[in-house]
Write a protein that binds this ligand. Structure first.
Ligand code: UT7
Length: 390
């Protein structure tokens, strides 16, 4: 039976412990902390440990979201994992997350829409619950991008980081709240603006593809930037209009955390002040499909969202995809405290007769092993701080 409404009941995030600063990257490529901060707003990003994978990152964030929702793992009917850095091509990362969170009953599948993945997966979850098919869907956005980066390419390696964010989308017997408006787009003209050439049917992995470095992410930064600044405000506006709301009714926008300049252009395009934009790109870099989920969890837990607030998720990414959701927040933010009961560990059963090669990029490892991260004197741990272009 179709529910009276569909609401977010749980949220959670996980960021690996290890920090990679701009100063660390200066040791790897011809770049500078000043260039990275002024062009992107990024100060640091996280790097997953060798024993972690996309599925384990997603599982920790997912377990936290389930705890916050006050549910047990088996209450989840469907698990969606948005990622462009899956553990394997098959099985799906969602199947591995199902085992890692201790769920025995759910269906599970991945959603591939690159950095817009969390918004696409959220929209998918909402549709399943709205139709009456499922009551609780776990949506995880998770990425382990540092294993797909060429740490000799300064155009890409300074931008991305690892992490996961998750929400539980639930049926409610109370009317009102939840998603009011949605906009999803895909523009294949941008198909090769951010892409990973080898490993698919067009170009299976071989010694030659590895020699050419085609197993790394490639990006046309300027074109991607142009697309982002064109699409984000328009997508957000369409979702807000479909909800029947006006811009002045929006309390907070949670944009994909790719670049502070892109976020500032969304604010400008919407005629909103930066106070209404949630920003944490300074501390995590671009975590692709994880970024909106991580930002949402931090926004709720830091008191930026209260019951009745109207918020917008908006993202863009490879494809080119973009998407926006306008929704009314209904959950008690204090439920976020329940996530503290979840340990920051998860494990996925290894295959019996196979072991992976060392997953860590050698150039990155050399820097990580060269000493502790350079401390930042102006960041208070645990408190999200706005990045600013100096
Ligand atoms: O989720 C979607 C993922 N992708 C994105 O969000 C990327 C969107 N694009 C961007 O954020 C920006 O285009 C970048 C941050 C990637 C680049 O910033 P930009 O202001 O567009 O710089 P640019 O590409 O126009 O390059 C300016 C200069 C170039 O040198 P020349 O040609 O002027 O001599 C680059 O070679 O900066 C150089 N450059 C760098 N210099 C120092 C490029 N990367 C670096 C670097 N450090 N890391």
């Amino acid at each position: 039976m179709a529910p009276a409404s569909v609401r977010i009941t749980g949220w959670g995030m996980y960021a690996p412990e290890r920090v990679l600063t701009n100063a660390d990257l200066e040791k790897l490529v011809d770049t500078s902390d000043e260039w990275i901060r002024s062009r992107t707003g990024i100060r640091e990003r996280r790097v997953a440990a060798p024993h972690e994978s996309t599925a384990t990152l997603a599982a920790v964030a997912g377990k936290r979201a389930i705890a916050v929702a006050g549910l047990a793992p088996d209450d989840i009917d469907l698990i969606l994992v948005a990622t462009l850095t899956p553990d394997y091509w098959m099985p799906s990362t969602a199947a591995l997350v199902k085992e890692a969170i201790g769920n025995r009953t759910a269906a599970a599948m991945d959603v591939m829409a690159a950095c817009s993945g969390f918004v696409y997966a959220y929209a998918t979850a909402d549709s399943f619950v709205r139709s009456g098919m499922y009551r609780n869907v776990l949506v995880c956005g998770a990425e382990l991008l540092t294993r797909f980066l060429d740490f000799s390419d300064r155009n890409t390696c300074i931008l991305f980081g690892d992490g996961a964010g998750a929400v539980v989308v639930s049926a409610s017997d109370e009317p009102g709240g939840g998603m009011g408006g949605l906009e999803l787009t895909t523009d294949p003209d941008g198909a090769y603006m951010i892409w990973l050439p080898s490993g698919g049917s067009r170009s299976p992995v071989s010694g030659e593809t590895v020699r050419r470095g085609e197993h790394f992410i490639r990006m046309e930064g300027r074109e991607t930037y142009r697309f982002a600044t064109k699409t984000l405000a328009t997508s957000a506006l369409k979702a807000i209009e479909r909800a029947g709301w006006t811009l002045d009714q929006i309390d907070l926008v949670i944009p994909h955390q790719a670049n502070i300049r892109i976020i500032e252009s969304v604010a400008k395009g919407l005629g909103m002040s930066m106070d209404k934009m949630f920003v944490n790109v300074d501390r995590y870099g671009n975590t692709s499909a994880a970024s909106v989920g991580i930002a949402l969890a931090e926004a709720v837990d830091s008191g930026r969202i209260k019951v009745g607030d109207r918020i917008v998720f908006v993202a863009f990414g490879a494809g080119f995809t973009s998407g926006a959701v306008a929704l009314e927040w209904t959950a008690d933010p204090l439920n976020g405290r329940r996530a503290a009961s979840v340990e920051p560990v998860a494990s996925v059963r290894a295959p019996l007769d196979w072991d992976s090669v060392d997953p860590m990029p050698p150039r990155l490892m050399a820097v990580l092993e060269s000493g502790p991260p350079v401390p930042l004197d102006d960041v208070v741990p645990g408190e999200p701080e706005h990045a600013r272009v100096p």
